[in-house]
Design a binder for this molecule. Structure first.
Ligand code: AMP
Length: 394
């Protein structure tokens, strides 16, 4: 895979796939992180005298044409203000007028195509649509790590039309370098903290991580499936009976590989899924009927902190409790703080998944984390050891 510094972009028309799927409320961008993170590649190309044609998606439109709610107009406006340069938004991503705009684009200028998902072919990986997009430029750069796990027209299929002129952008390069560091050359001890609601969404991550880490900490709702597998009672806690075998398998792998497998010893339970519900702390193996586990308890926090403090590499994906409710956020925030602390002391920390990133931001420790992944699903698939179509295509 070639990276930007290996290419020459002088006078070229670069088709750049960005990840610009930002959250909007009433047409206003509520978090511009993804736009800001796309700037280094856009600036690099402009500085190297390219004309830049940006392709991106926003939300989940029907795929049957223009829908105002999913127009990239607010994104183009915001990019313009961040760059201090004109950003022309095309009316679509396939019409004659757009082709003429792309044709007329000069070095140093930016044209943003409208939401590629206005075209049904995009998410189906249509070759015809990919060829249409490819006709606008003579170089392809993919910087949209967050969609590399999809074999869509603009994220993967298009690459075949640029056999010698396809590159990973800076953001994509950064993601791969860091993920490879985690998977191939982690400083040890290496600890993975996997939380979130369900085992089912992270089965392969748990399995793959069990093969690679020294310590595997499991928290959040998914812990209760493991507790059931161990013969504990989980009350009303979220759990998946059909994943008990998987939980057993993960624990078996840990045993075989001498991986320290850590579950919460105590749990903060509530008598309803409500911030104001009655709550108490009980042993995780003995959650009474009528109660549900919503956070890890104080003893578990201490136990997990000790493991984290003795680690040189930490991967954290998924909250350790229902951190959206203040009364059940302590575990997630305390462990987050410790991950921040030991990163300051030189450990390598990687955080991924929207919820863990939200926790890190809430704590104000984002700058302490060594690497925050921009791709939720894409990061998970990478950690599962899968081949991502967008990366394979490059
Ligand atoms: P995920 O998207 O799988 O990483 O899951 C994140 C979600 O898991 C968050 O919305 C949390 O509120 C939820 N979660 C974490 N711990 C629990 C728990 N003990 N019970 C129910 N939901 C939980």
């Amino acid at each position: 895979m070639k990276i930007l510094t290996e290419g020459s972009f002088d006078g070229k028309k670069v088709l750049l796939r960005c990840e610009l799927n930002v959250p909007l409320k009433d047409g206003v961008i509520t978090d511009d992180t993804r736009i800001v993170e796309s700037l280094p590649t856009i600036k690099y190309l402009l500085e190297h005298n390219a004309a830049v044609i940006i392709m991106a998606h926003l939300g989940r439109p029907e795929g049957t044409g223009y829908e105002e709610a999913f127009s990239l107009a607010p994104v183009a406006e915001h990019l313009k203000s961040l760059l201090g340069r004109e950003v022309t938004l095309a009316g679509d991503c396939f019409g004659d007028k757009t082709a003429a705009q792309a044709e007329a684009l000069r070095s140093g200028e930016i044209l943003m195509l409208e939401n590629v998902r206005f075209v049904k072919g995009e998410t189906k990986g249509s070759e015809e649509f990919a060829e249409k997009l490819a006709s606008y430029g003579n170089v392809y750069v993919n910087d949209a790590f967050g969609t590399t796990h999809r074999a869509h027209s603009s994220t993967a299929i298009i690459a075949k039309f640029f056999p010698n002129d396809k590159y990973a952008g800076k953001l994509l390069e950064h993601e791969i370098v860091n993920l490879e560091k985690l998977l191939k050359t982690p400083a040890r001890p290496f600890t993975a903290i996997i939380g979130g609601s369900k085992v089912s969404s992270k089965i392969d991550v748990l399995k793959n991580m069990a093969e690679k880490v020294d310590n595997l900490i499991v928290g959040g709702g998914m812990a209760y499936t493991f507790i059931k597998a161990l013969g504990g009672t989980v009350g009303n806690s979220i759990h998946e009976d059909d994943k008990i075998d998987i939980a057993r398998e993960v624990m078996e792998v840990c045993k075989e590989k001498n991986v320290v497998f850590a579950l919460p010893e105590d749990t903060v339970v509530a008598d309803a899924f409500d911030n104001e519900a009655n709550r108490k702390t009980v042993p995780t193996m003995e959650i009474p009927d009528g109660w549900e586990g919503l956070d890890i308890g104080a003893a578990s926090i201490e136990k997990f902190k000790n493991i984290v403090r003795n680690s040189k590499t930490i991967l954290w994906n998924g909250p350790l409790g229902v951190f959206e409710m203040d009364n059940f956020a302590t575990g997630t925030l305390e462990i987050g703080k410790t991950v921040g602390e030991i990163s300051q002391q030189g450990a390598f920390s990687a955080v991924g998944g929207g919820d863990s990133i939200a926790a890190v931001k809430k704590l104000g420790i984002a700058s302490q984390i060594s690497y925050i992944s921009t791709g939720g699903g894409a990061m998970i698939e990478y950690l599962e050891g899968k081949t991502l179509p967008g990366i394979a295509a490059l």
